[in-house]
Design a protein around this ligand. Structure first.
Ligand code: F6P
Length: 557
């Protein structure tokens, strides 16, 4: 059973014109001048750099009672509020905002955005369209005619995998679902299943195996029974080393046990293994006949919306999955249509460019104040760092400016008792992003109220700081943060939040003139690992650097 029709004929990608080098734009130079008014946040108000000489958040709020109203936005759909973002505690003022909007104009961000939404091949290094957003479209009337045939493929495949998800939900014999995949074929569904655990069917256990380290697989296999388990082998390419080896080991484990169990009868792979891939041939070669396809224009880190989301669809059902898509689609439309000064992904992307390329912040910390968002930082690490961790422009020039900063984080309030010390008093300039959810899904109000006030208090402390007679007790303050709130953590609001991040990444990549949709940097390590494996097998270390040779001998010799 294969669920992906042949590619439609009328979607041939068009080439896209290269954008200008951003550093040559007048707005870039203007921003460089403006940046001089902003001391690195770690230095603000030290005795050497008096606060008065530089932008100071406390003064900015004191002098403008409208600051929060001016620097915040809420997004809605027909069902109500999706999310709200307050970026008034960022190091930004009206002049900077204007210059950033000019930069977006001069680097033609909206032209690239429109090209993406029209199906042009904006992934220029691979000559591919970038259309994960098409996976969220449910009304074809919203599409240009060149994308209709492709949308029908998307719709057919979506119906097929959602029907399959419903059949598994209804199948009392299947109690455990094991997703084997890595990177985008793991992080999205794993993060979302955890985030929406309160919306999930209680009698299905979802497991995620990604690491080539078999301790990962072993722990899961120890918990499940063959006849009650569905394995989902998720890999866009179906060539990824980790996933292929884990899949083979899981197949062996299943087949060996099944043969014993069934007195030598052929194990029922068709019932217990399903593949999600653009490479159905490779899945068939592994003996997996039930497959759901997707397309090369869906990047791995953008693939939660495709059949890669099957574990989530099993957990929350077809209806829940459609709500996830609807929330994301509302943000797609907002990004495509809202005026620049009210366009939240655009504004947050520009703010990130400002903080990274002009204010030189070293990293971004994500603090989701919700235990169910535990894997969100890991998910966003791939989205942000694999997309925009680049130093070569689309015109093959080195970027003379910093691009994506590392992003990291942990749920609050845990982080407060671990790394927040550095955020308040350390020497690194870090931009902090808080996420909080108004409505809990547990009955313990006191817990939730304390969680929320802690989030707000941390953002306040970063900004306010504290004077003290003893220098070691002193907290300089004037440290920036942004704050995102969701009315509730539901499929719809999660979809909106993730789409907001996707488009924000897009905006940064567009301004930086880098290709946010390839990942050539991860290839070299894969090649070298193969080479080392061959060396081990043939016992040849000649020509290898002494450090790698001695590590090989120590660990594998
Ligand atoms: O090596 C990086 C990467 O290609 C990611 O971009 C991708 O999400 C991951 O590996 C897994 O790839 P696949 O889904 O093809 O197994």
């Amino acid at each position: 059973m294969q669920h992906t029709p042949a590619p439609a004929a009328d979607t041939q990608p068009e080439a896209v014109a290269q954008t200008a080098q951003p550093q040559n734009c007048p707005a870039w130079q203007h921003l460089q001048q403006l940046a001089k008014q902003f001391a690195p946040s770690t230095q603000a108000a030290t005795p050497q750099v008096p606060a008065a000489a530089h932008f100071d958040l406390r003064q900015a709020f004191a002098s403008n009672p409208q600051r929060t109203a001016q620097l915040s936005l809420a997004l809605h759909d027909a069902q109500g509020e999706l999310l709200y973002c307050d970026y008034s505690k960022a190091h930004i003022n009206g002049e900077v905002l204007q210059a950033l909007l000019h930069l977006a104009e001069q680097t033609q961000v909206s032209a690239l955005r429109d090209a993406m939404f029209s199906g042009a091949a904006i992934n220029t290094s691979e000559q591919r369209q970038v259309m994960h957003w098409l996976l969220r479209v449910t009304d074809p009337a919203e599409l240009p005619s060149n994308l209709l045939a492709l949308w029908h493929e998307v719709d057919t495949t979506r119906r097929a995998f959602l029907d399959f998800a419903e059949s598994i939900r209804a199948d009392a014999q299947i109690t455990d679902i094991v997703n084997i995949g890595i990177g985008g074929s793991d992080l999205g569904p794993c993060m979302a299943v955890q985030a929406l655990y309160n919306h999930a069917l209680p009698n299905k256990r979802l497991h995620f195996v990604s690491n080539i380290d078999a301790h990962d697989l072993q722990q899961v296999l120890q918990q499940v029974q063959r006849q009650h388990t569905l394995f989902i082998i998720a890999s866009k390419s179906f060539t990824t080393l980790e996933t292929m080896l884990n899949a083979r080991t899981a197949l062996d484990w299943f087949c060996n046990g099944e043969q014993e169990h069934n007195n030598g009868n052929t194990p029922d792979i068709a019932r217990h293994f399903v593949g999600i891939t653009t490479n159905q041939q490779a899945a068939a070669a592994l003996g997996i006949r039930t497959t759901f396809g997707f397309w090369d224009w869906v990047g791995g880190r953008y693939s939660l919306w495709s059949a890669i989301g099957l574990p989530l669809a099993i957990a929350i059902g077809a209806q829940g999955f459609m709500q996830l898509l609807a929330g994301a689609r509302a943000v797609d439309k907002h990004f495509a249509q809202a005026a620049p000064q009210e366009n939240l992904p655009l504004l947050l992307g520009l703010l990130e460019v400002w903080e990274t390329s002009f204010l030189h912040y070293n990293s971004r910390c994500l603090a989701p104040y919700h235990a169910c968002l535990q894997r969100l930082p890991a998910y966003l690490q791939q989205l942000v760092m694999e997309s925009n961790g680049k130093s070569c422009t689309k015109s093959d020039q080195p970027t003379p400016y910093p691009t994506a900063a590392p992003i990291w984080g942990e749920p609050g309030s845990n982080g407060q008792h671990a790394f927040f010390q550095l955020l308040h008093q350390g020497t690194q300039a870090v931009s902090v992003e808080f996420i909080a959810v108004r409505k809990p899904e547990h009955p313990w109000e006191q817990h939730h109220n304390l969680l929320l006030v802690n989030a707000i208090a941390q953002a306040q402390a970063l900004m306010q700081g504290r004077e003290h007679t003893q220098p070691q007790h002193r907290i300089a303050g004037n440290r920036p943060s942004t704050f995102i709130t969701l009315p509730e953590l539901s499929p719809r609001t999660l979809g909106a939040l993730l789409a907001l991040y996707e488009h924000r990444v897009f905006v940064c990549g567009a301004v930086w003139n880098i290709n946010s949709f390839d990942q050539w940097g991860v290839e070299l390590g894969k090649v070298l690992a193969q080479d080392l494996m061959q060396r081990i097998n043939s016992n040849t270390l000649a020509g290898l650097d002494t450090s790698s040779a001695s590590l090989l001998q120590r660990l594998l010799g």
